[in-house]
Design a protein around this ligand. Structure first.
Ligand SMILES: Nc1ncnc2c1ncn2[C@@H]1O[C@H](COP(=O)(O)OP(=O)(O)OP(=O)(O)O)[C@@H](O)[C@H]1O
Length: 764
C-alpha cells in the first residue's frame, strides 16, 4: 500500500510537520537569545494540534534553556531538517505497558524534560530492531543488557524536500521495496549512504563488536566500502563521549578512491578523520618522501607480459610481503639490538656510575616496550639524571679525600719546604680532580652514548637487503641459494636507481617502528583497510605492530585481487597469524548490479583456478550484457558514440569506458577526441572524477568505483585466460549498476567465448 491510500498517511503527515517544527524550534533556540526564542516558539507552534501532551507547548517553553545545542549537533539538525527520519518502528517491551513509537533518522532529538525521543539515531541500540529484527518477538542489546519485546510495525518513509511522499509497511512477506528502489537509482560518481536500506547481513558487520577486529570477505558490489564507512559512523556514535577524530584512519587504495568516498562521510557524521593511502601513510611515518616505482608498474608489466623472469619477479614481491620475510627481519633486528648494547661501564672521571651490564639489561629487557633508539634516548636521560644527582657526592668525595690529605700534611712532621710542596701539589690535584668532574659531568653522557652506532632507517634496510653476506646469515636456512642471489641482485638494482617499490614499504614501516618508533599523532587506534586483498601479510602485520593495536576493520575481495602476486591469498592466514582476535564474515550478495550482468560476471569468475563462491545478485533485472563487434578503430568509436548517446537518452547518467591497460585508454581517448563530440575525462590515479563526463579508465584503476553504465573496449589488447586478466575483466564487469557492453573485434577479446551465449546479446 502506498501514498494516501495508507490509513495512517494523514497522521504521518502531521507527525512529520510536528517534527520539522520542533527541529526548527530547537535550531532557532540555539541560534537566538531567549526572548526572541520564546517569541519564535509561540509563533511557530501557534494553531498546531499536538496530540501527545509530552510534546506540549508548555513543556517546550519551560525547556527553552535546555534546548541549547552544541555547534556540531546544530549543524546536523540543520542538515536533516528536510528529512528528519526514514523509518518508524513500534515496539512493546516486555513488562512495560506502553508501546514505544520510534522514528529513526540520522540524528537524534529528545524532549529534554520527558526524555521522550522525537528522533532516534539509526546507530542507537534500539534502532537495531529495524535492521535486525523481524516482526514479532525480538530483542536488542544495550550496554550489556538484553531487552525483549514485541515488534509490531516496521514502516519506511520516503520524504522529499520535507514532504512525505510515501509510506510502506514491511512485513514478513514484503520484499524490501525501498532497497529495490534505491538500487535502481542512478550512480552519482560518489558513494552514498544507505542507512534506510542496510540489510541484515550488512548490519551484523556494521554493529559487530567494536572492541574486536573484523575481516570481511565480500563479493563485488556487496557493500564492503559502504559498510566500512557506516561502521566508522557507528563507532563514533557509540564512543561519542570519549571520541576524538585522531583515533581513526581510513586506508584507501588511491587518491581517486578517497575522492570517491568523500561525500558520504560528512553525511554519516564522520568528519576530520585521516584518510590516506598506505604509501602516503608510510612516508608520513618515516618522515621522508622516498622515490617509489609506480605502484602499478609491475602489474602493467605482468599484464603486457613484457618482463623477464616473471615468475621470479612475482616471487620477490610475494616474499617481501610474507611473514617469512618478517621473521628474517626479526632475526636481523635481534642482531641490530646487540650492536646497540654498550660494552663499557659508565664513568664520570674516576667514578663508575653505572655498570655496562646493568645498562645492557635495561636496553635489552626493561625497555623492550620501546623502539631501539628510544631505549638509547631513555638510557641517556637516565644517565644524565644520575650524573646530576651524583655530582654533589662526587665533589664531596674528592674534596674530602684531598682535604684529608692536606690536613695530614699540615700536621706532618716533615720539613717545611717538603710539606709546602706536598700541600701545593695536593691542592693542584684537588683542583684538577674537581675540574675533571665538572667537565665530565657535562660531557660524559654524550661521549658514552656517542660510542654507540647511529644509523638511519635506510642504512639498516639496505644493509639487510643488498648485502649478500648479511642477508645470507638470516635467510640461508629458509631460502634457496638461487632465490637469495636473485633477491640480492634485484634489490641492488633498485638501490642503484635510488628507488624503492611498494613491496619494500612493509619492512621499512616495520623497521621504522622497531628502531625509531612513529610519532604519536600517527598512532591511530582504529583503522579501516579497504581493498585489503591487495595488502600483503607483512603490510598488515607491520601496521598492527607500529600502531600497537589490532583494532582493524579489514574489507576485501579475493576475486578482485589483481595484485595477488604481492597480496593476500588466504584470509585464514590473516586471521590466524596476524589478527587472532578477529571475527571473519562474508558477504555473498551483490547489491550493485543486475542479475543479467552478475550472471555473466560469475561465469568469468569461474575461469579462475581458485575456488570462490558465486555471487548472488539481489533480484533486480536489466538488459543482458551486449557484445558489439567492430572491425576498425573508426567503427569502434562510432559504435561507442552511438551507444553512449542512446544511454544518455535512456536517462543513464554516469558512464565509464574501461580499457584493459592505460595504453589502451590513452588510445581510446585520442580516438574519441578526434572523431567524436563526447565530453570525456581520461582518469588518472590522483584525479577527481568529473561529473557529466564520460570517464575513460583502465581496468585496474576502476576497482572500487561504480557507474550507471560500463563499456569495456578493446582496440587491440585482449583479456587473456590467466589469473590477472580474468580478475581485471571481472573487476571491469562488476562496476556497472545497470548496463554493460563490450566493443571489440571478437568475443574472445573479453573471454566471452567462454560465457553461455544466452547470457549475452550479440551484435555482430
Ligand atoms: N543495503 C544497501 N542498500 C542500498 N544500496 C546498497 C546497499 N548495499 C550496497 N549498496 C550499493 O551497492 C553498491 C556497491 O557498494 P560498495 O561499493 O560499498 O560495494 P563493495 O563491496 O565495496 O564493491 P566492490 O568490491 O565491487 O568495489 C553501492 O552503490 C552501494 O550504495
Amino acid at each position: 500500500m502506498t501514498n494516501n491510500e495508507h490509513p495512517d498517511f494523514q497522521e504521518e503527515v502531521e507527525r512529520l510537520e510536528f517534527t520539522k517544527k520542533y527541529m526548527n524550534v530547537v535550531i532557532k533556540a540555539s541560534e537566538s537569545n531567549e526572548e526572541t526564542f520564546r517569541e519564535n516558539l509561540k509563533q511557530s507552534l501557534e494553531g498546531m494540534d499536538i496530540k501527545d501532551s509530552s510534546f506540549s507547548y508548555m513543556s517546550m517553553l519551560t525547556n527553552a534553556n535546555l534546548l541549547q545545542r552544541t555547534g556540531d549537533e546544530l549543524k546536523r539538525l540543520k542538515k536533516f531538517e528536510k528529512k528528519p527520519y526514514f523509518a518508524r518502528i513500534n515496539f512493546l517491551q516486555e513488562k512495560v505497558d506502553k508501546e514505544e513509537v520510534l522514528y529513526l533518522g540520522k540524528v537524534s532529538l529528545f524532549d529534554k524534560e520527558t526524555q521522550q525521543p522525537i528522533i532516534v539515531d539509526w546507530r542507537s541500540p534500539i534502532a537495531n530492531l529495524y535492521y535486525d529484527g523481524r516482526l514479532g518477538d525480538v530483542s536488542y542489546e544495550s550496554e550489556g543488557d538484553i531487552y525483549y519485546g514485541y515488534l509490531s510495525l516496521k514502516r519506511q518513509f520516503i520524504i522529499d524536500e520535507g514532504e512525505l511522499e510515501e509510506i510502506r509497511d514491511i512485513d514478513l512477506t514484503t520484499n524490501d521495496e525501498l532497497l529495490q528502489m534505491s538500487l535502481s537509482e542512478s550512480a552519482s560518481n560518489r558513494l552514498t549512504e544507505i542507512v534506510s536500506t542496510i540489510q541484515e547481513e550488512q548490519n551484523n558487520i556494521i554493529r559487530a563488536d567494536l572492541n574486536k577486529p573484523i575481516i570481511v570477505q565480500g563479493a563485488a558490489g556487496s557493500g564492503k566500502t559502504t559498510i566500512a564507512l557506516h561502521r566508522i559512523s557507528y563507532f563514533i556514535y557509540t564512543f561519542a563521549d570519549n571520541f576524538t577524530p585522531d583515533q581513526l584512519m581510513i586506508l584507501a587504495p588511491n587518491r581517486l578512491f578517497i575522492d570517491y568516498i568523500s561525500e558520504v562521510l560528512p553525511e554519516l557524521g564522520v568528519e576530520n578523520i585521516l584518510q590516506t593511502t598506505f604509501v602516503d601513510y608510510v612516508m608520513l611515518c618515516i618522515g621522508k618522501k622516498i622515490k617509489l616505482t609506480p605502484p602499478d608498474e609491475k602489474l602493467v608489466h605482468f599484464i603486457n607480459q613484457d618482463i623477464k623472469h616473471p615468475e621470479l619477479v612475482k616471487w620477490v614481491s610475494d616474499f617481501k610481503g610474507s611473514l617469512l620475510f618478517r621473521d628474517i627481519v626479526d632475526r636481523y633486528l635481534n642482531d641490530v639490538l646487540k650492536t646497540l648494547l654498550p660494552t663499557e661501564d659508565f664513568f664520570v672521571s674516576k667514578f663508575r656510575l653505572y655498570s655496562g651490564k646493568k645498562l645492557r639489561q635495561l636496553i635489552e629487557y626493561e625497555y623492550r616496550y620501546l623502539p631501539y633508539y628510544h631505549r638509547i634516548d631513555k638510557i641517556k636521560r637516565v644517565l644524565q639524571n644520575h650524573v646530576r644527582t651524583e655530582k654533589k657526592r662526587m665533589v664531596e668525595k674528592v674534596t674530602n679525600f684531598y682535604d684529608n690529605k692536606l690536613e695530614k700534611a699540615l700536621y706532618s712532621k716533615a720539613e717545611p719546604e717538603k710539606r709546602r710542596r706536598y700541600v701545593s701539589k695536593a691542592l693542584d690535584k684537588k683542583a684538577e680532580a674537581l675540574n675533571d668532574i665538572k667537565k665530565e659531568v657535562r660531557t660524559a653522557v654524550t661521549t658514552y652514548i656517542k660510542k654507540l652506532p647511529k644509523h638511519d632507517l635506510f642504512y639498516y634496510y639496505k644493509q639487510l637487503v643488498t648485502n649478500k653476506e648479511v642477508f645470507m646469515k638470516y635467510a640461508h636456512d629458509v631460502l634457496k641459494p638461487s632465490e637469495i642471489d636473485f633477491f640480492i641482485e634485484y634489490q641492488n638494482r633498485l638501490n642503484e636507481k635510488k628507488t624503492y617499490e611498494i613491496e619494500d614499504l612493509a619492512s621499512l614501516l616495520y623497521l621504522q617502528g622497531k628502531l625509531f618508533g612513529i610519532e604519536k599523532h600517527l598512532r591511530v587506534k582504529n583503522i579501516v583497510v579497504d581493498e585489503a586483498q591487495d595488502y600483503s601479510y607483512f603490510q598488515l602485520y607491520a601496521l598492527k605492530t607500529v600502531l600497537e593495536t589490532d583494532m582493524f576493520t579489514i574489507v576485501g575481495d579475493l576475486a578482485q585481487g589483481i595484485h595477488s602476486y604481492r597480496g593476500i591469498k588466504d584470509w585464514n592466514i590473516v586471521q590466524n597469524e596476524i589478527f587472532p582476535r578477529a571475527s571473519y564474515k562474508t558477504l555473498q550478495k551483490s547489491y550493485r548490479t543486475t542479475v543479467e550482468i552478475m550472471n555473466a560476471a560469475n561465469q568469468i569468475l569461474r575461469l579462475l583456478p581458485i575456488d570462490l563462491p558465486t555471487v548472488e545478485p539481489v533480484v533486480r533485472h536489466g538488459k543482458k550484457p551486449t557484445f558489439h563487434k567492430t572491425s576498425s578503430e573508426k567503427e569502434t568509436v562510432k559504435s561507442i558514440e552511438n551507444e553512449i548517446n542512446q544511454l544518455y537518452k535512456e536517462g543513464i547518467k554516469t558512464i565509464a569506458l574501461i580499457g584493459k591497460t592505460n595504453e589502451e585508454c590513452k588510445k581510446l581517448t585520442q580516438l574519441l577526441k578526434k572523431h567524436s563530440e563526447l565530453p570525456i575525462q581520461f582518469l588518472k590515479e590522483n584525479e577527481e572524477i568529473h561529473k557529466d563526463e564520460v570517464v575513460i579508465v583502465s581496468s585496474h584503476l576502476s576497482k572500487g568505483l561504480e557507474f550507471d553504465a560500463v563499456l569495456v573496449c578493446s582496440l587491440g589488447a585482449s583479456f587473456l585466460e590467466n589469473e590477472i586478466d580474468i580478475k581485471l575483466l571481472y573487476v571491469s564487469m562488476t562496476r556497472p549498476l545497470h548496463r554493460l557492453s563490450f566493443f571489440g573485434k571478437d568475443r574472445s577479446n573479453f573471454l566471452l567465448d567462454q560465457v553461455d551465449s544466452e547470457l549475452l546479446e550479440i551484435e555482430e
